[in-house]
Design a protein around this ligand. Structure first.
Ligand code: DAK
Length: 259
């Protein structure tokens, strides 16, 4: 499949990588790009060979936000009437296998919201995160006011959303937005190593782990724990649980079969 605004590739036969590719616009996210991103992730998700995905941009920008030029002339009836691109932005939420955001450079507005829709963020040391929508007379509209406080707490989320300032990679890691920070020239090596590690585990377990952690943000504690407990119980019906535990007991490497 060929795309105009992204490129895709598969590493080691098991990691699906999507690279946002509008370099002149710092990967500003337009509707077509989001359609392509959704289609590429869905195709990887459906491919049994693929165990983990990576979304990345360029060294200068993961994405500098939604495309301001495209939005500039729209009125209320356009965005509300068409439910402004909810359709394609929400696709990433339906992806069941793990998705890592490899972020270097600007990660702003819708770009930061896209990174937060991924399962975790590994940041290069040149990454700059922010929700500058307030400077444009709007507020974050793709989950920024909801996911950012869950990631970094109310104080820092309010600070970022109300001032529109950027935070660097170290601050983002300290705040809990990025899981790790690595040198910019090591970013893809580090993210790929994490993805390959995930691919070595059974897909049923990695999907269940993702689903269960995500449930923590959608439910109260008792319901979330019950959800986790039932998935935990269900995994005892899989061959991979037998294989993983037998491998440990017999001091050998597990060979998971995703069943
Ligand atoms: N949109 C369109 N073009 C952009 C862009 C953007 N967000 N960001 C940068 N560009 C373009 C610039 O216009 C410039 O184009 P040319 O002038 O060369 O044609 C080129 O990229 C290079 O940018 P600069 O010359 O400005 O580069 P600098 O290094 O000087 O500055 C910067 C980099 C990232 C600090 C600056 O470009 C900047 O402030 N960009 C805007 C950042 C921003 O405000 N982002 C938030 C956009 S609002 C929703 C989904 C999503 C959203 C809302 C709802 N739903 C599903 C409902 C999201 C909204 C947003 O993200």
């Amino acid at each position: 499949m060929s795309y105009e605004f992204i490129t895709t590739r598969i590493e080691a036969d098991k990691v699906g990588i999507v690279t946002l590719n509008r370099p002149k616009q710092l990967n500003a996210l337009n509707g077509e790009l989001m359609d392509e991103l959704g289609a590429a992730l869905k195709a990887f998700d459906a491919d049994p060979k693929i165990g983990c995905m990576i979304v990345t941009g360029s060294e200068k920008a993961f994405a500098a936000g939604a495309d301001i030029g495209a939005m500039a002339s729209w009125g209320f009836s356009d965005v509300y009437g068409a439910d402004y691109i909810t359709r394609n932005w929400e696709t990433i939420r339906s992806i069941r296998k793990p998705v890592i955001a490899a972020v270097s450079g600007f990660c702003l507005g819708g770009g930061c919201e896209l990174a937060m829709m991924c399962d975790f963020i590994i940041a290069a040391d040149n990454a700059r995160f922010g929700q500058p929508e307030i400077k444009l007379g709007i507020i974050p509209g793709a989950g920024g006011t909801q996911r950012l406080p869950r990631a970094v707490g109310k104080a820092k989320a309010m600070d970022l959303v109300l001032t529109g300032r950027m935070m660097n990679a170290d601050e983002a890691e300290r705040a809990g937005l990025a899981s790790r920070v690595v040198a910019v020239d090591k970013l893809m090596d580090e993210v790929l190593a994490a993805a390959l590690m995930i691919c070595d585990y059974g897909q049923l377990a990695t999907m269940a782990a993702k689903e269960s952690v995500n449930r923590a943000f959608e439910s109260g504690l008792s319901d979330g724990i019950m959800f986790e407990r039932r998935l935990f119980h269900a995994l005892f019906a899989t061959q991979d649980q037998k294989e993983g535990m037998d491998a440990f007991v017999n001091k050998r490497k597990a060979n998971f079969v995703n069943a």
